[in-house]
Ligand binder design. Structure first.
Ligand code: DLL
Length: 441
């Protein structure tokens, strides 16, 4: 049952801190992080030396722009332990990124780092209404991926009872949810959608479940997807963001205002830059999100380029938090499809499809190159109740979707309508792009 809009805050002192006071704290923590990195990580020291910047040049957060960036390639090039700022004996955990090919991306955590990360997720769970009375089903994968253990630790920290289901085995997930009276669900939004649709197909009504909210992240999703999920299960579907390199889920999370994710600014500094010029961009302008960790001691990261695209908004939220908010991720600089010179993000197409009554939440973008021309095909899975034999109606529907895509993206796409259940479901992050061009995009 959807909750009343009450704002629960886990750590008022940090989350609602006066802005000037927080800036000061961030400046002090930044200097410490840079000192640690300069002393312990030769690869970054070299880069600072090349840029002619020393730790003593960092005296406030405004000095951050003097510091060189870090990239995913730094993690690969220094795999496995080259970026560790603590001795191996002080490391207590390794976590890794999902969905990467080749050498994995791993991040090392000291006990302090696990504690910091746990508190970040505890803040997210609290903002979603979670407390010691809750029963939290964690259906993110456990393992190197940070989703499972991250949600597990955060929910435990708020005193909830955790069901560590991990991903997969949908029928069993639903049985546990119903029988154990689960009140909160944590998984990817695509898996949540699959679970919710299966629940409805099984004839289970939302009122037969006790679920009140969920923390969904690890992949991009849209406002339209939220509405769809909330309607299916009559609960609060909340966004949660994070990445392994910066600590895992909980770097940012939504409050009940549901209009942006609060970034845990006592633990990270967020910047938005132009991905080409690398210049900082003002509030409200979309660009690449860059993070600097302020409290990590295992693998601190300085000006780490996430490749995620979003906007930032400063100001005090109606919930009382003063932390900067990030918008939903609208795409990634590397996931962006460039089709006939036009930048296309899967989220734009998702938004179109979620506005089409007959379309389900499952789709795939297929890109081919035919006679040197890029061709985009949007495969759309239709809902159960659509008559797949009424070809005239289906042709009209395909034409309508094609028109809507053209109006938003300004490029033509062919539209293929597929029967229910034909697009493979994912239990983790959804795969929504099939790029057959081999152009290295
Ligand atoms: O996905 C951590 C996580 C787990 C976040 C569970 C939230 C919930 P990685 O596997 O390292 O870590 O992938 C990080 O996933 O750079 C984004 O591109 C994407 N991502 C994560 N959360 C969101 C979100 C985890 N809420 C990468 N919206 C990030 C959009 C997200 N994209």
């Amino acid at each position: 049952m959807r909750q009343k809009k009450i704002h629960y805050i886990y750590n008022k002192e940090m989350e609602c801190m006066d802005l000037e006071e927080r800036k000061k704290l961030q400046g002090e923590r930044l200097r410490k992080t840079v000192e640690l990195e300069y002393e312990k990580v030769p690869a970054y020291r070299k880069r600072m030396d090349e840029a002619g910047v020393k730790p003593e040049d960092i005296n406030s957060i405004d000095d951050i722009v003097k510091l060189p960036f870090m990239q995913k390639t730094d993690l690969r090039d220094n795999f496995p332990y080259g970026l560790f700022a603590a001795d191996l004996k002080d490391m207590v955990r390794i976590q890794g990124s999902s969905g990467t090919t080749g050498k994995p991306i791993v991040s090392g955590y000291t006990e302090n780092d696990v504690d910091v990360w746990t508190e970040m997720v505890a803040r997210a769970i609290t903002a979603a209404g979670g407390n010691e009375n809750d029963i939290v089903q964690v259906a993110y994968g456990y393992g190197l991926f940070t989703g499972g253990l991250g949600a597990h630790q955060g929910a435990t920290k708020v005193g909830a009872m955790v069901i560590p289901m991990s991903s997969g085995n949908t029928q069993r997930q639903i049985m546990m949810m119903k029988e154990l009276g689960v009140t909160m669900l944590c998984c990817t939004p695509s898996y949540a959608t699959y679970l919710a649709e299966t629940i409805r197909e099984m004839g289970i009504k939302p009122e037969e479940l006790k679920i009140k909210s969920g923390c969904f992240g690890a992949e991009p999703w849209t406002e339209e997807m939220r509405q769809h999920l909330e309607e299916l299960l009559d609960f609060d579907a909340m966004d949660i963001y994070g990445l392994t390199e910066i600590g895992g889920p909980g770097v940012a999370f939504e409050c009940m205002e549901k209009n942006g994710m609060h970034i845990n600014e006592d633990h990270v500094i967020a910047e938005i830059i132009d991905p080409i010029t690398e210049e900082p961009l003002p509030d409200g302008t979309p660009g690449e999100l860059v993070f600097t960790t302020l409290t990590k001691t295992g693998t601190p990261m300085i000006r780490y380029r996430t490749h995620d695209i979003c906007t930032l908004t400063h100001g005090t939220c109606a919930c009382g938090r003063t932390t900067v908010k990030m918008s939903r991720i609208t795409g990634r600089t590397d996931d962006m499809l460039v089709i006939r010179g036009v930048n296309v993000f899967p989220s734009q197409i998702e938004a179109v499809l979620m506005g089409v009554e007959e379309a389900s939440a499952h789709y795939m973008l297929v890109v081919d190159r035919v006679n040197s021309q890029d061709k985009l095909k949007v495969q759309v899975e239709l809902k159960e109740d659509v008559d797949m034999t009424d070809t005239a109606k289906l042709d009209a529907l395909a034409a309508d979707i094609k028109k809507k895509i053209k109006a938003i993206l300004l490029i033509s796409a062919s539209v293929e309508l597929l029967p229910p259940k034909s697009i493979p479901r994912s239990e983790g992050k959804a795969k929504r792009i099939m790029d057959n061009r081999n152009t290295g995009f």
